[in-house]
Ligand binder design. Sequence first.
Ligand SMILES: [Ca+2]
Ligand SMILES: [Ca+2]
Length: 409
Amino acid sequence: MQFLKKWVARAILFTLLMSPAFGQTDVQHLAVVVNALTHPDLGISTSLSLIDLAEPNEKRAVENQVIPLGNVPSDILIRGHLAYISNVFSSNILIINLQRRTIVGEIPIRTGAQPQSLAFVDENKMYVTCDAAHEVHVVDIPNRNVTKVITGPFNKPTGITLLNGKAYVTNAAWEWDAIEGKVHYHDSSVTVIDTTTDTVLKSIPMPTNAGGIVNDGESTVLVKTTGDLNLIAGNLVFIDTTTDEVRKTVPLKMSPGSFAINAEKQLFIQGGWQTPGLLIYDVVAEKWVRDKDDALVDFGGGSGMTFAPDGSLYITYPDWTGGGQDEVRAMGTDETLLKTYRPGPGADNVAIAQIVPRPEDINDDGFVNVEDLGIVSRYLGESGVDLRGDINADGVVNVLDLVIIASQL
Ligand SMILES: [Ca+2]
Ligand SMILES: [Ca+2]
């Protein structure tokens, strides 16, 4: 190993001198769309679409059916070149290399637990809400397994957001009664978890049917309650994370759809079917920028929403009939339509990714470390195409490949 280190050190110097292109990266800007429709009669199954945001042509920008997904894909989280996608009825979290466009692994979740929302706690730890199990599972990211199960006052845990060392989990607390043929709404709440110890700190009562949850990056967590979709309307609830008490409740007087918050702390809320249109609430000023009477009707009726770093908003419009009328609309900061893309069937969830190619991460675990170095060492001296360990793709596994990894250790 000592010999190897010396060799690597010398080779680093050599390479840095000889390779002017070394260190250059080619970042890809993508919108990653989860197509959640399964329709066997029409030959439709779940899939991932990738939209190249640097491509001006709306048709050419979209690549559909890039990767098959599991049974009822739910949430998507992206870190670096890897995407993690929970599949509710496949009982797993798929790991996808967005650069190579392949499934590189999966994290098994206990059968029947129904994984929903995902959140990265740190580079080694991820939380997943499991609504049927009434638990939050703790995932060891490098080892790709669940190492701990957090139990507590959960009731259909659905959304999750992380702020200031704590996780906030919404408990939707609804239950389908098959005999009566209707949904019962129990007491909804937000459970607060200490992310260092993975223990429950507190339960905060919420209005009926708490679902979506986001934070402002400082000290406020925002919860969207949907109500019973009938007589009980929804609310926006502000939780002060210094006290973990409810600071404010804004009645919505309707059943809201999805919501997302931008860097200016403006909350964009879909108005739901009674009042379709996109509403905007300013979290700092605590007032409506666009209320029900002034909603952006052209951007109403959407499903998933996410902001890109440039402030534009990406909204999915799934066609659940399988008719192929699915859209992703991009709205600029000036509230105009920038682009309309045509993703795959049931385009439901969308995430934005900046992908820095990472061929150095040979085993696709999201880390560049001594394990990758070990893999290159094993294949040293081999030549050919598509070689494992040939990081710079020059057709041979040699010291230059070792150097690329070593420079990132
Ligand atoms: Ca690795
Ligand atoms: Ca090579």
